[in-house]
Write a protein that binds this ligand. Structure first.
Ligand SMILES: *[C@@H]1O[C@H](CO)[C@@H](O)[C@H](O)[C@H]1NC(C)=O
Length: 211
């Protein structure tokens, strides 16, 4: 009994200190040599040991490290994780496709969250489309609803060819637990060709012009 109580106390302390989570499926970006070069060895060790950690924790870790390059590391886009380390995990989607996702909440803490498509060519990942938002996410006052970990997003049909090339766009989970000043991001790389319908319309009008 006492042992269990101690375990539970330890677990609740751990969850207070370290709320966190990450996309399990589809597979999200992880750390690699490019991340290590930009963010430093300590950050690389930390993320290799536990990918779930928060951005503010990484800011602490990297502070004053001689091998930390703030601009290249860019912690507020995909938590600093790099496309070049994750080229083996680029998903291929079609406009309107429904994508089932599993985001693992390893330890909850009250926050807000959203899933967006971001433009990777911009320094802070400009939002191109909003896929899902929660005004209240991972509340500690209730057990975690399954819908916060298992959900689907519908790929937008409004992006034209913006996400056609590898490394142009990512799906980003952004979970912000203000009460404890911890923010979590998790990115999934994907490509998505322009909607076929558009091509059809274009072909058709071209033919009309020619005739
Ligand atoms: C996602 O949440 C962050 C706050 O944590 C907010 O700045 C951003 O505008 C939100 N994006 C969308 C598309 O809801």
């Amino acid at each position: 009994m006492k042992f269990i109580a101690t375990l539970m106390a330890a677990a609740s302390i751990a969850s207070l200190a370290d709320a966190h989570g990450y996309f399990v499926s589809p597979k999200a970006r992880g750390p690699g040599p490019v991340f290590q070069k930009a963010c430093g060895m300590q950050a690389f060790y930390q993320m290799s040991g536990d990918i779930n950690g928060n951005i503010q924790g990484l800011q602490q870790t990297t502070k004053g490290q001689s091998d930390y390059n703030a601009a290249a590391c860019n912690l507020w886009k995909c938590k600093g994780m790099k496309y070049d380390d994750n080229t083996a995990n680029v998903q291929k989607y079609t406009p309107g496709q429904s994508i089932p996702m599993y985001f693992d909440i390893r330890a909850p803490h009250d926050g807000i969250a959203n899933v967006t498509v971001i433009d990777l060519s911009t320094p802070h990942g400009k939002v191109l489309a909003s896929l899902k938002t929660w005004d209240a996410y991972a509340l500690t006052s209730t057990s975690i609803p399954d819908s916060e970990e298992h959900f689907s997003v519908k790929m937008p049909t409004t992006l034209g060819g913006k996400c056609a090339k590898k490394g142009a766009c990512a799906i980003q989970m952004h979970w912000d637990a203000r009460s404890i000043d911890q923010t979590y991001q998790s990115c999934i790389d994907f490509t998505m060709a322009a909607p076929g319908k558009r091509d059809h319309v274009r072909d058709f009008s071209k033919r009309e012009v020619e005739e």
